[in-house]
Write a protein that binds this ligand. Structure first.
Ligand code: UDP
Ligand code: MG
Length: 312
């Protein structure tokens, strides 16, 4: 196969129950588009039967051109990165394996691309996730909107389409911690968004724990903005100025009224508040420094155990 029109990239992590339904909907949906396509599955270190099922698909389907098998769990975004590196298509679409993004919507994204856009994001119509995820996600979306330059209505939806230029740009990035939709957005010349349907997870459970969601959002904030750090400097400056006034005030009081030792608890309250803020600041700094450290170690971002690849 030469250059296909479309590469579809699907990260898979412990999705054995849902894969069969995914296949049964994905292939017909892609066939309907009437373009040449390839499918790349990345097994992100699943401990269930997913890799075996993917191997079978690789044997059975000529359009499953590559199956990348990771040596461990390196995360959805690293899996997609690996998929991008292996993809050949003129356009690339990423899709979740759990069928929350219906594959039937791919055509809508491509149609939008035909209008001249190079990056199509998506907005989930009536998102089918738990309530707390809705609320948390809304909060993170608006926070991100404020502190980064990335404009996305719905950062969490991974059903997205990218032009080859953007994929090449992303492939030249060597960052360890990243957030692909945001990274792509920084390279996009002409991005657009479409509304897509969203379904409940077909089988299995979300692979994101609260902890991994928090980590991911830190990756997004620290990876695309220095504003959190700058806010701290700004806050430090304000507090310094206020305390300077306060010192002058206390000196004058000392001269006029003499020594006093009242208000110890007020002092405690202020001290603890400031200590909390300082600890938070150090933690935040640590988030940046830790990521710098991970980056400078130059360890491989992910380990590939095997790539099943169709040779012509
Ligand atoms: N995934 C992955 N590695 C991980 C976590 C998730 O490859 O460490 C894949 C997962 O198999 C699915 C997609 O990423 O195809 C989205 O995961 P999930 O549906 O659990 O996330 P949610 O929809 O809850 O945000
Ligand atoms: Mg999901």
């Amino acid at each position: 196969m030469n250059t296909p029109e479309l590469s579809v990239i699907i990260p898979v992590y412990n999705e054995e129950e849902g894969l069969a339904t995914l296949f049964s909907r994905l292939y017909p949906a892609l066939d309907q588009l009437n373009i040449s396509y390839e499918i790349i599955f990345i097994n992100d270190g699943s401990r269930d039967r997913s890799p075996a099922i993917l191997r079978e698909q690789f044997q059975a389907r000529p359009d499953v051109t590559r199956v990348i098998l990771f040596n461990g769990n390196f995360g959805q975004h690293m899996a997609i990165m690996a998929g991008f590196e292996q993809s050949k298509g003129k356009r690339v679409v990423t899709l979740d394996a759990d069928l929350q993004n219906p594959p039937e919507e791919i055509g809508k994204l491509l149609a939008k691309m035909d209008e001249g856009y190079d990056y199509i994001g998506s907005i989930r119509n009536q998102r089918q996730d738990s309530r707390w995820r809705h609320v948390a996600s809304k909060a993170m979306n608006s926070l991100r909107e404020r502190i980064t330059r990335i404009k996305m209505t719905d950062q969490g939806c991974m059903l997205r389409a990218y032009d080859r230029n953007i994929i090449d740009a992303i492939n030249s990035c060597k960052e360890v911690n990243t957030f692909i939709p945001a990274l792509a957005y920084t390279f996009a010349k002409n991005p657009a968004e479409v509304v897509v349907e969203h379904e409940e997870r077909a089988e299995g459970e979300s692979k994101y724990s609260l902890y991994s969601l928090i980590r991911l959002n830190f990756d997004l904030m620290t990876g695309f903005s220095l504003v959190p750090l700058q806010l701290f400097s700004f806050f430090g400056i304000i507090i310094s100025i206020l305390s300077a006034f306060f010192v002058v005030f206390l000196v004058i009081r000392r001269l006029i009224i003499g020594p006093e030792a009242e208000g110890v608890f007020t002092l405690f309250a202020i001290t603890f508040l400031l200590m909390g803020i300082i600890l938070f600041g150090i933690g935040l700094l640590g988030e940046y420094v830790g990521r710098v450290y991970q980056q400078v170690r130059h360890r491989p971002r992910y380990l590939v155990e095997a790539i099943l690849e169709k040779t012509e």
